[in-house]
Design a protein around this ligand. Structure first.
Ligand SMILES: [Zn+2]
Length: 244
């Protein structure tokens, strides 16, 4: 079993029934929360418990991908949950300072969150799941993710413009979860056509279009991406799951 559950897709602010970026990856022996945008924790808790997470992976530090880490810290510290070992959080450098700054107390989350910096080629194995990170182009430190379990592969763009590192990650993936935030080519985001072109170049099995911005309709964006890709193309929808 290797499943992707969509927790949130909105950008850059949450909308009714549509939180910002968040996903849950589950294998037989691993559960990882990928991006913690505002509202995504609410949906995470429909599918698992915080104390059951093996790790949290954050693509970059923009608010629409990280704000619910503050809520996770609150829940784990003050939510009367069973005490567990600190949950590893893989994120660009500075995430701990952001949380400490929020509470005016450096290191405040250290008892419940074990923050670890991402870097080019960072790889971690979590039971039967391995996570490989590479930098992508987003105007700030940002990463794409290649998650592999039981011979199956899911690649997530995070937020970015077309990037050589993302091409490397996406090569031959079974599922490509790619943002399509903008209508016109940009230095920091994909258009739907960019997402479709990446899927075609990389020879992926299926493309899942996500993080569609407010200037676009996500179903229409998916159709635009599908025309360019020419393969199976889906829209990421909150609380839906797919088997990788
Ligand atoms: Zn961003």
């Amino acid at each position: 079993m290797f499943t992707l559950t969509v927790l949130g897709t909105a950008a850059p602010y949450p909308q009714p029934d549509r939180p910002c970026s968040g996903y849950l990856l589950r294998t037989e022996n691993a559960k990882v929360w990928v991006d913690a945008g505002p509202g995504s924790m609410m949906n995470l808790l429909r599918h698992t418990r915080l104390e059951e997470l093996d790790a949290i992976w954050l693509s970059h530090l923009h608010a629409d991908h990280t704000l619910d880490l503050v809520n996770a810290y609150y829940a784990l510290s003050f939510g009367l949950l069973p005490k567990v070992a600190p949950i590893p959080v893989y994120a660009p450098a500075g995430m701990g300072d952001r949380i400490g700054g929020w509470f005016l107390q450096p290191g405040v989350a250290d008892e419940v969150l074990e923050l670890q910096d991402l870097s080019d080629g960072h790889e971690v194995r979590i039971n039967d799941l391995s996570l490989l990170s590479k930098p992508v182009k987003h105007g700030t430190e940002a990463y794409g993710l290649r998650a592999t379990a039981n011979g199956r592969t899911l690649v997530y763009s995070g937020d970015c413009a077309p990037s050589p590192g993302l091409d490397v990650l996406a090569a031959g993936a079974d599922v490509l979860l790619c943002e399509a935030d903008v209508d016109q080519p940009s230095e920091v985001h994909h258009t739907p056509e960019d997402a479709g072109e990446l899927a075609r170049r990389a020879g992926v099995g299926r493309l899942v279009v996500t993080h569609v911005g407010p200037a676009l309709d996500r179903v229409a964006a998916t159709k635009r991406a599908a025309v360019v890709f020419g393969g199976p193309t889906l829209t990421a929808v909150e609380n839906e799951s797919l088997t990788v």
